[in-house]
Design a protein around this ligand. Structure first.
Ligand code: PLP
Length: 479
């Protein structure tokens, strides 16, 4: 097409903007896209793309007349944009960090029985708060309360959104406007801004610290008790250990003191477990049942840490206290949805057969995976990863140690096996490991490992069941 305007650079730009097709013209050709996405969405996408192209045409000096896109190009660009918008933000990943219960990667993976129960609850009506015996309104906690009592020896139980909420609700119910005694050695900060002193304050309770960071005696608890002491509290140290010259008071001594002075005792177990982990070769972690047997009046723990279920906070303990907790209006604000309860029930049910947990409960299976299995897997994967990376990198098998994660057993390392990738020094690639880490992160199903001792490490413990998908996407690996 020719133009009446003289051929100055400014006029060329102007002409290009003018030659962009109109929105109507583009829409006339967009039948297939409109059918798939609806007219209003395509209209908006075309309008915004054309307006961007117009702005670009009027500002980019080096543009030539022929660069003006045709309708087909525009439709293709619209299609690419919509596909990008539609790709989910929450992506499946491979957690090869070696930390099994990784808070940033979603903690526990649910076993199939729980997934099926969730699907059913999401797609059918259910007796979430409906008593099938009486036909009257029920309490959603009833769905798992009996099971929790059976597994822990407690009299009653209630469920909230997460363990932080459980601690908040417990403190608010038991100690609003009153004092709670906690040892200085247990004023935990869990990652992500959960700190016992802060939660205490938000719950309206006053923290009375006792003892010292490394040593607290029963007499310290006894001396800290005032007229307005409402609760003695013990907190699991979760993500740290105090070693050396230390002393903490056993739970049964604290609960005995509490009974003597008529003050309830609560324990925040954090991860908490329902079974003795030593039977699977792991380090001991106090069980919920032991805390109840030691006389704790209330115990709180997470649903998605060692328990291996959905995100939830569980409170078990004395029936009269659980009743008070359920009556607190905050309970309504912190309650869980049906999806959580649907997943929690079958997970808890698996604990009726503890010896079978390593086969049936995903978290327990991953935590106990035999090292030889991971080593065999490494032998399969090493040549494939090496081939994908070329000779700029050296790939080999290596002993590694995994962690439980989420504050459980912070110093317990699980012997593991994985793939170690070093940069080939002959290639003098700048930031070779950083590029490699990023390339794995940018795969269609992102892979996260960790960089340690000048190598990028992929711990294979959690690559269980979807190995082929890992292999198939190696072709896209471009460090
Ligand atoms: C993890 C943890 C919490 C918080 O539990 P969430 O389920 O993450 O809310 C509270 N207390 C202790 C001791 C913990 O380890």
């Amino acid at each position: 097409m020719t133009s009446a305007l003289p051929d100055t650079p400014a006029n060329t730009l102007h002409r290009r903007a003018v030659y962009l097709p109109s929105v109507d013209k583009v829409l006339q050709e967009a039948g297939a896209l409109i059918e798939r996405h609806g007219r209003s969405r395509i209209l908006r996408a075309v309008q915004s793309l054309l307006s961007e192209l117009r702005t670009a045409a009027l500002t980019h000096n080096e543009a030539k007349d022929e660069d003006a896109p045709c309708i087909n190009d525009i439709l293709k660009q619209v299609e690419v944009r919509l596909a990008r918008q539609d790709s989910s933000k929450l992506k499946k990943m491979f957690n090869l960090t070696g930390t099994v219960l990784h808070t940033n990667l979603g903690r526990a993976l649910l076993p199939d029985v729980a997934v099926q129960a969730v699907v059913d609850a999401m797609t059918s009506a259910s007796n979430l708060e409906f008593d099938l015996e009486t036909g009257k309104r029920g309490d959603r906690d009833d769905l798992v309360e009996e099971l929790l009592c059976e597994l822990t020896g407690a009299e009653a139980a209630t469920i909230v959104n997460n363990n932080a909420a459980a601690v908040l609700l417990l403190l608010n119910t038991m100690a609003m406007g009153k004092e709670v005694i906690v040892s200085r050695g247990e004023l935990v900060e869990i990652g992500g801004a959960f700190r016992i002193p802060d939660i205490m304050q938000r719950a309206g309770a006053t923290l009375r610290e006792t003892g010292s960071t490394n040593r607290t005696h029963l007499a310290d608890y006894r001396n800290a008790i005032q007229a307005d002491t409402a609760l003695l509290m013990k907190v699991h140290c979760s993500n740290y250990v105090i070693t050396g010259f230390t002393k903490s008071v056993e739970l049964d001594e604290i609960t005995a003191l509490g009974r003597e002075r008529n003050i309830p005792t609560a324990v925040d177990l954090g991860s908490g477990t329902l079974i003795d982990l030593e039977q699977f070769g792991m380090v001991r972690e106090p069980t919920v049942r032991e805390a109840i047997e030691a006389g704790a009046d209330l115990v709180t723990f997470s649903g998605d840490k060692l328990l291996g279920g959905p995100q939830a906070g569980i409170i078990v303990g004395r029936a009269d206290l659980i009743t008070q907790i359920k009556r607190n209006p905050l309970k309504r604000a912190l309650r869980v949805g049906k999806i959580t309860l649907a997943a929690l029930e079958p997970v808890l049910a698996l604990y009726r057969s503890p010896e079978l947990l390593t086969q049936r409960l995903t978290t327990m299976r991953l935590l106990t995976r035999p090292r030889t299995e991971m080593q065999q897997q490494a032998e399969t994967l090493i040549p494939l990863v090496q081939q994908a990376l070329g000779d700029a990198y050296q790939v080999q098998g290596a002993e590694m140690s995994s962690q439980v994660g989420s504050g459980a057993l912070p110093v317990d390392q699980l012997p593991s096996f994985g793939i170690k990738i070093n940069a080939n020094p002959a290639h003098k690639l700048s930031n070779a490991l950083g590029r490699l880490e990023k390339a794995f992160r940018q795969l269609p199903r992102p892979v996260v490992g960790r960089i340690a001792n000048e190598a990028f490490c992929l711990d294979l413990r959690c690559l269980d069941g979807d190995q082929q998908e890992f292999i198939d996407q190696l072709a896209f690996l471009k460090p």
